[in-house]
Ligand binder design. Sequence first.
Ligand code: ATP
Ligand code: MG
Length: 292
Amino acid sequence: MTAKDQAAPLRELARNQRPADRPGPPLPGAVADQLTSLAVVSGKGGVGKSLLTLNLGLALSDLGLRVCGLDADLGMANLDTLLGITPRRGLPEVVRGEASLEDALVRVEEGFLLLPGCSGIAELTELSPSRYERLRTELGKLVRLSDYLLVDCSAGASPSTLRLAGAADQLILVTTPEPTALVDAYSFLKILLSTRPTSRIHLVINLARSYEEGTSTYQRLSSVIGRHLGVSATLLGVVPRSRGVDRAVRTQRPLLRLAPSDPAAVAIRQMAARLSGKSLTRRGGFLSRLFG
Ligand SMILES: Nc1ncnc2c1ncn2[C@@H]1O[C@H](COP(=O)(O)OP(=O)(O)OP(=O)(O)O)[C@@H](O)[C@H]1O
Ligand SMILES: [Mg+2]
């Protein structure tokens, strides 16, 4: 491909947007019967991966699914900060053999476990064979503990993120409508696909000023991805910019619990329903609502 050809998809992404149709029906084959792993990734940083990992995890657990969040942002882990907790152990201790998976997991809520991260551990690709094997064994235990594993990755195409994204069953690529974020999302996917085939790709358009802006952004990005990278990407959801998110970050409480009817929270719950194939119901069962 010439340099001119390579710039074509990027120019296309930075062009003005046209309104688009609403997204299609629920994703096929979405009911989980074993551990489904999802890597939450982005090109540009600060587009909402951690917000999404945490709240999508809680939304899936509200649907009765067992979820584990893995904070794999090795540079700047922060799911614990978003929750206002200070874990004593996490991924680094598991890697070093100082804690088992069970010791390091934090039960955030019934149905939602967190394996905290910690800044400053080496790239996963640089672990010694024994540490790598230990990590594989410990993470293997998640199969019986969870239905979904959501992996919050660092932004960009670092070796660890490429490894995690390549290993996950499905990819959630988060972007905003900004041209810079779109170009970076495209570049990330291009790098990932050049190293390993990737299975199902979901796009999340965060910080949208309107639903239409979100869907037209999706149409543009997915068509460029389809034409230039030869893969299809489904729209998992559009998350609006919302004040509730700011408040949740400042008060260190999950958006879904602080402001369940905030538009961003509603959008994330709809994503959980699409992903799992389960319909949205109220929290708890009939008996707990009747007697609780
Ligand atoms: N829908 C939204 N509405 C309002 N603010 C938002 C929204 N999504 C994200 N933000 C803001 O953007 C900030 C970054 O979000 P978050 O930490 O989830 O991004 P990230 O992709 O995980 O970042 P990093 O690449 O640094 O890991 C949040 O602290 C929040 O203030
Ligand atoms: Mg993050």
